[in-house]
Design a protein around this ligand. Structure first.
Ligand SMILES: Nc1ncnc2c1ncn2[C@@H]1O[C@H](COP(=O)(O)OP(=O)(O)O)[C@@H](O)[C@H]1O
Ligand SMILES: [Mg+2]
Length: 376
């Protein structure tokens, strides 16, 4: 048994949602969620805040009958979102699978926010995640003073979700050791969590379900047992299918993040965003976008998420030290940092790409120079 701290999820005054550095989805998009709830006349599964249709609209964006605009959170195939939402209304749990940076965590948070109004019932999976993080722990002071009782028990987020009919989240499921993962089998198949110390159990009430995320690349580290896999419907989140789609995702997110950091809007940034996305896609795919030149891929993952952070850093640079327009020099250092993870091998890959592709490309001279400057 491991002692677990009592849950401290209440938001204190000095930590009010508006001042939080990163508000939870249900707080950041509270207005959209309540507009959806008010105009949603479709049937809602037990304890759901919205109908499945409204949850999908929250994720994909749309315009409500009264004109309220719902911003898209996930940019990708509608069917993926529909299958994910529908799964949560069945007795199967949802497994979001994909390479890093494909918005698994992001989608999981927004699904929980839209379905249950609370995305915080979260277990972060690591190699050191103990069983207590999924089941329950004990408050040792209470336990020693009064013996085992419900008061001494510290419920895990999963246990709380079961008791209240809410959505629980498990991040990076496949990083959790196999025997700890298996605690989920009883929870997901019998919908109960036994507490042998008390001769009791917590039965999941209607509305309970679980969203897990797992990384494609981690496969083989701690693969899911087949018994557990059968409890999940797997939805694979793909990489953006085209440059346009990826530029769209990056622009939207950068705009949102920039506003939350009080960065000035950059009207002409789209050329630079397209450049970052193009470089990342070509290095990731191992071939230039015209299909003509093979390039080597670096060791790190150049995901959409990395592109978002390179552009956000570039924006901050141009706002604080530049002329407020996103320029090649503002993104060059960020790109280099993302591409060159292994100082030896990746540097060679980058130099080759720079000389063979970037240097030759029409309209990329400034960008080539900026990259040369930071690569030296
Ligand atoms: N298809 C997409 N639609 C919207 N945002 C995306 C998409 N792909 C990536 N992102 C953005 O990338 C960032 C990282 O995603 P994250 O959920 O942490 O990835 P993962 O958990 O798959 O590694 C998020 O800020 C998310 O907004
Ligand atoms: Mg993640």
């Amino acid at each position: 048994m491991t002692a677990t701290a009592a849950p401290t999820t209440e938001t204190t005054g000095e930590n009010a949602p508006t001042e939080a550095l990163r508000p939870h989805a249900e707080d950041a998009f509270a207005a959209e969620l309540s507009a959806l709830a008010a105009q949603d006349d479709r049937p809602r599964p037990a304890r759901w805040k919205l109908s499945p249709w409204a949850v999908a609209t929250y994720l994909l964006g749309g315009t409500l009958p009264d004109g309220t605009v719902i911003s898209p959170k996930y940019v990708g195939p509608r069917r993926i979102v529909e299958v994910a939402v529908t799964t949560l209304a069945t007795d199967r749990a949802l497994l979001l699978l994909g390479v890093p940076g494909t918005a698994k965590t992001w989608v999981s948070e927004h699904l929980a926010a839209a379905v249950s109004g609370d995305s915080t019932l979260l277990v972060q999976g690591t190699a050191g995640t103990p069983e207590e993080a999924i089941r329950y722990g004990w408050n040792y002071a209470q336990l020693l003073a009064h013996g085992p009782s419900r008061d001494a028990l510290v419920p895990s987020p999963v246990m709380r979700a079961m008791a209240d009919g809410m959505t629980a989240r498990v991040e990076e499921l496949t990083r959790i050791p196999a025997d700890v993962q298996d605690t989920l089998i009883t929870i997901l198949s019998e919908k109960t969590l036994p507490i042998p110390e008390l001769g009791q159990e917590v039965q999941a009430v209607r509305g309970f379900n679980l969203i897990a995320t797992a990384n494609d690349r981690d496969r083989g580290v701690n693969d899911l047992s087949s018994a557990l896999r059968r409890r999940f419907n797997t939805v694979v989140l793909p990489l953006p299918e085209s440059v346009e789609a990826e530029v769209d995702i990056v622009s939207r997110r950068v705009d949102q993040i920039g506003r939350s950091l009080d960065l000035p809007a950059v009207p002409d940034g789209v050329d630079e965003i397209r450049r970052v996305v193009t470089v990342f896609r070509e290095l990731r795919d191992g071939v230039t976008s015209d299909g003509r030149t093979k390039v080597k891929s670096p060791s790190g993952t150049l995901s959409t998420a990395e592109a978002i952070s390179v552009v956000t850093n570039g924006l901050a640079l141009s706002a604080h030290f530049g002329d407020g327009v996103l320029r090649p020099a503002d993104v060059a250092a960020g790109i280099l940092g993302a591409v060159v993870r292994d100082p030896a091998a990746d540097r060679v890959v980058w130099q080759e790409y720079l000389e063979a592709v970037v240097r030759e490309r029409d309209g990329w001279t400034d960008f080539y120079r900026a990259c040369r400057e930071v690569s030296a």
